[in-house]
Design a protein around this ligand. Structure first.
Ligand code: AMP
Length: 420
């Protein structure tokens, strides 16, 4: 089978790494890919936001299955275009992708599904929103409705912060994404993510993870795309996972089906856990990055079988076989990230690292220049390992970090602290 993966991050490299190990995979193509994927797949230059261009590429290259990594092509309807052309793909329709693309949409679905989540109100003008938060008080959470690259959420601990966030959003700090603002009750608890493959109302959990959003140790510094992750998340016990499936995931899927926009792909539920109960923080409609790296490391080659079962509507007869192990990923980023940083620094020592089913460096923002791997992005390497417990996985990951010679890069040294 010929498989095309859309995307160029660590998430897509991890998917490629797992899929490539499955004997069903004959040819693997990544578009656009990165220096890491280049080693295991053909990288192609295709406009991945243009469904027509992707469908044409599939026809020309006899592609049998397309895995869509990031949210942007999903929100642009690439999955719809591929399905209309008779090409099998993994990822939700544009309508179903609204579970990530619009916070207000998700809130309305949760209301109809009676899924536990934060109380909220929606606003389209600053004056009414300001009056509302002044009456509610802080802490309170202000969210731009649309996609804002993970930056459209302000958890305001004071009223002044909340009012400033409202003004910023209505002043266009997030462009069109802030034309509508959702204001939510602040939820206390511990966060964890649950990943569920779905096809209509059929669903299958493929694991849990916790990430590290802040740039620096001790959860200090600015928010980032994610500086590390581990799986499983100990806080998400079997009981809480069952509660989340019964009260949040299944009712959401039923409501999406009732609306005539069934969800097909991976539903990534961000959960807030307090007193043994999970409430929904948000949905994403694709794998997390770097959470995907730790899930892929635990699942290995069966990732392809699971994604195919999802696309073929065979989830009810499928099981995810987890080895009794733990995986941990340390993100290495360019100095300055998430602020401005200099591109083009050389990374040495990668070739000497172990590459096995237990240890792998997934690339994110890299490219090859004159045979040398160079950093071309903010988040650059995802150093990932698995072991029989989290401490072993963590030691293996940091052993690799220490062997990488990249003076212009940094990482957090405390990934996994909460679980350890
Ligand atoms: P979101 O993009 O909706 O996931 O929000 C980003 C982050 O903001 C989440 O991962 C939480 O840490 C935090 N957050 C969002 N909504 C709430 C809420 N209602 N209460 C507390 N924290 C929240």
């Amino acid at each position: 089978m010929n498989i095309l993966i859309l995307g160029s991050g660590g998430r897509e490299h991890a998917l490629a790494w797992a899929i490539k190990q499955n004997p069903k995979c004959d040819r693997l193509v990544c578009a656009p890919g990165n220096a890491g994927m280049d080693g295991i797949a053909d990288c192609a230059s295709v406009d991945i936001l243009n469904g027509g261009a992707v469908a044409e590429f599939c026809a020309e290259n006899a592609i049998d299955f397309v895995v869509i990594g990031p949210e942007a092509p999903l929100a642009a309807g690439v999955a719809d275009r591929l399905r209309a052309a008779g090409i099998k793909c993994f990822g939700p329709s544009e309508e179903a992708a609204k579970l990530e693309a619009s916070k207000a949409f998700t809130k309305a679905v949760c209301d109809a599904a009676n899924a536990p989540t934060a109380a909220y109100a929606r606003f389209t003008d600053a004056a009414t929103a300001r009056a509302y938060v002044t009456a509610q008080g802080a802490p309170i959470v202000i969210k731009a409705d649309g996609l804002a690259a993970g930056k459209g959420v302000v958890v305001a601990m004071t009223l002044d912060e909340a009012l400033a966030a409202i003004d910023d959003m209505f002043d266009g700090a997030f462009g069109n994404a802030g034309a509508e603002v959702v204001i939510e009750e602040f939820m206390e608890g511990e966060e964890a993510s649950l990943f569920v493959l779905c096809h209509g109302e059929a669903c299958l959990s493929v694991g849990s993870a916790q990430d590290h959003k802040r740039a620096f140790e001790g959860d200090e510094g600015p928010n980032t795309g994610g500086m590390g992750a581990y799986s499983p998340a100990p806080v998400l016990t079997t009981e809480i996972e069952e509660q989340a499936m019964a009260e949040i995931i299944r009712p959401t899927l039923a409501e999406m089906t009732r609306r005539g926009t069934p969800f097909e792909g991976v539903l990534y539920a961000g959960l807030m856990i307090l007193d043994g109960q999970a409430r929904l923080v948000e949905y994403n409609v694709r794998f997390g990055d770097p959470e995907c790296q730790v899930l892929a490391m635990r699942l290995g080659a069966q990732v392809l079988d699971l994604l195919l079962a999802c696309a073929d509507n065979r989830l009810h007869e499928t099981r995810a076989a987890f080895a009794d192990d733990h995986a941990l990923c340390v993100v290495m980023a360019t100095d300055g990230y998430p602020g401005p940083y200099v591109k083009g620094s050389a990374i040495h020592g990668l070739d000497a690292l172990p590459s096995s089913s237990k240890q792998e460096v997934f690339h994110a923002g890299t490219s090859t220049q004159d045979g040398q791997v160079v950093a071309t992005g903010g988040r650059v390497l995802n150093v990932t390992a698995r072991g029989e417990n989290l401490q072993t996985a963590r030691d293996l990951a940091y052993d690799m970090v220490d062997a990488i010679d990249w003076p212009e890069g940094f990482c957090r040294r405390d990934i996994g602290w909460r679980a350890l």
